[in-house]
Design a protein around this ligand. Structure first.
Ligand code: ZN
Length: 259
């Protein structure tokens, strides 16, 4: 299996992903633009068998219908996406394992918070987590907002229970390229974070269309304020030295909304 990020060059900085399998079939995750997807399919001589949508927002599903019409592919997503996700043919549930090829599976995570129809997908190789597609739940160095059908308290539970616990080497493939901005947010809260300072320089130099800069879960523990809820500097900046982890998370989410 190979993962090909497709940067969509839109104002929201979406990523679509092509998941290439050895039999020259592929899955596409969150198609933004059918022309761009078709071009990538042609370039790599792949047939499209399945679309997966991480959630129901239009910027993650707007390529569905045209691709279904052209390729007669299936569409898989959260059951709460019924009636909202164009072409939906199969609903997926938490802990479901989707076999992609010999020894490689996707493990379905039910990850409410950004919306209540949100799934993430852990890539398992011989049963070991290697990567995770995170949609708008977790970004490189940030987390999703909760403005359009979400709930920050639920997002806190999802991030702390399902993402803090993933192994450090797992690569994070997010729904948007927000790394540079998120690092600026981290440094606004925790100016002394030297690792974030170094990553910001790398992010400024990276081109998401050519060499998207991705983090691992281990990096997230060092860069992402939403993973650093016990950090004294962050808590001091927020005026929440005595706050619980949940208090800090909610205060960070509220601050990021206005930032
Ligand atoms: Zn979204």
């Amino acid at each position: 299996m190979k993962i090909h990020p497709i940067y969509t060059h839109n104002a929201l900085r979406n990523f679509t992903y092509l998941i290439e399998l050895p039999d020259a079939s592929c899955l596409v995750l969150d198609p933004w633009d059918e022309k761009q997807v078709n071009q990538a399919l042609q370039q790599r001589q792949l047939t499209l068998s399945v679309i997966i949508n991480t959630h129901e927002h239009w910027d993650h599903t707007q390529g569905n219908q045209a691709l279904v019409d052209q390729h007669q592919c299936e569409v898989w997503a959260h059951e709460n996406g019924q009636g909202k996700i164009p072409g939906l043919t199969r609903t997926l549930a938490a802990h479901e394992k989707i076999s992609l090829e010999d020894g490689i599976e996707l493990n379905v995570l039910d990850t409410p918070g950004h919306t209540f129809a949100h799934l993430c997908f852990v890539v398992l190789q011989q049963g070991e987590a290697k990567a995770v597609f995170t949609g708008d739940t977790l970004f490189n160095a940030g987390v999703g907002n909760c403005h359009n059908g979400g709930d920050p308290a639920v997002l806190y539970e999802t991030i702390s229970k399902q993402f803090h616990t993933l192994p450090g080497h797992v690569i994070v493939y997010p729904g948007h390229d927000y790394l540079e901005n998120n690092l600026r947010f981290t440094l606004d809260l925790e100016g002394s974070n030297g690792i974030a300072q170094r990553w910001l320089k790398k992010a400024e130099a990276a081109n998401p269309a050519i060499n998207p800069l991705l983090t691992t879960i281990g990096d997230e523990h060092q860069l992402n304020t939403f993973f650093r809820l016990e950090n004294t500097e962050i808590k001091t900046t927020l005026g929440l030295l005595d706050g619980s982890e949940k208090d800090v998370f909610l205060a960070l989410r509220a601050r990021r909304n206005k930032w």
